[in-house]
Design a protein around this ligand. Structure first.
Ligand code: SF4
Length: 211
């Protein structure tokens, strides 16, 4: 669906919820606190949100633990009562999907698989919990392909039977707002996307897709 305005799709949905007063349940996959900051402030009043921290791509473990801790702190700082489901640290599925793709540049096939894995986990979790919708904070990053993320979410929605909420959280200066909120709450802003390969690229001074 090339050329689809996913930001408008989200805004149309929010306007509809505003009009009807409905408040669906939403599983929001979260990659980190900075990306969640704008997203939560933008949509939290429209949904009954459960955050889902499932990011087996992140390395090393201390980084995983810290990004999760920062997400929890953000929710507290925002004064929101939002439950967070956290997956235990287990990078094995990531290394399996990345096999043979370790040296690819970022935004390539390894990244597509990485994103697809996390979206599938989110869709399955939403189905298990009986929630109305699922989506991800990942579309806020200007370094990630929002079209791919949304098309992937749409496909997974067909598989798991839970509606995917299309979005482009970078619209309306969402990314800029996330940086402002990160400064306001002194959030940790990592300088690499998450996996060990992106960390190595960062250390080698290559162009990297930080969140
Ligand atoms: S660079 Fe980011 S999106 Fe790509 S594989 Fe690594 S963690 Fe996943």
């Amino acid at each position: 669906m090339s050329g689809v305005n996913y930001g408008k799709m989200l805004d149309d949905r929010l306007a509809e919820l505003e009009r009807t007063g409905a408040k669906p349940t939403l599983l929001l996959h979260a990659c980190c606190a900075p990306c969640s900051s704008h997203t939560l402030t933008y949509i939290s009043r429209y949904f009954d949100i459960t955050l889902y921290f499932c990011n087996p791509n992140i390395a090393p473990e201390a980084e995983y633990v810290f990004r999760l801790a920062e997400l929890k702190r953000l929710v507290r700082e925002l004064g929101m009562q939002i439950p967070i489901i956290e997956e235990p640290y287990d990078p094995a599925p990531f290394y399996e999907l990345a096999k043979g793709l370790e040296t690819l540049p970022e935004r390539g096939e390894r990244c597509r698989r990485c994103i697809e894995y996390r979206l599938r986990m989110a869709g399955e979790k939403a189905r298990t919990l009986g929630l109305d919708l699922f989506t991800t904070t990942l579309t806020i990053s200007p370094h990630k392909d929002a079209q791919f993320i949304n098309e992937c979410g749409g496909r997974i929605s067909q598989e798991c039977g839970v509606e995917y909420m299309y979005s482009d959280f970078k619209k309306h200066d969402g990314y800029k707002h996330s940086i402002e909120l990160s400064h306001k709450y002194d959030l940790y802003r990592q300088d690499y996307c998450g996996c060990i390969y992106s960390k190595q690229n960062r250390e080698a001074g290559k162009d990297v897709a930080r969140p």
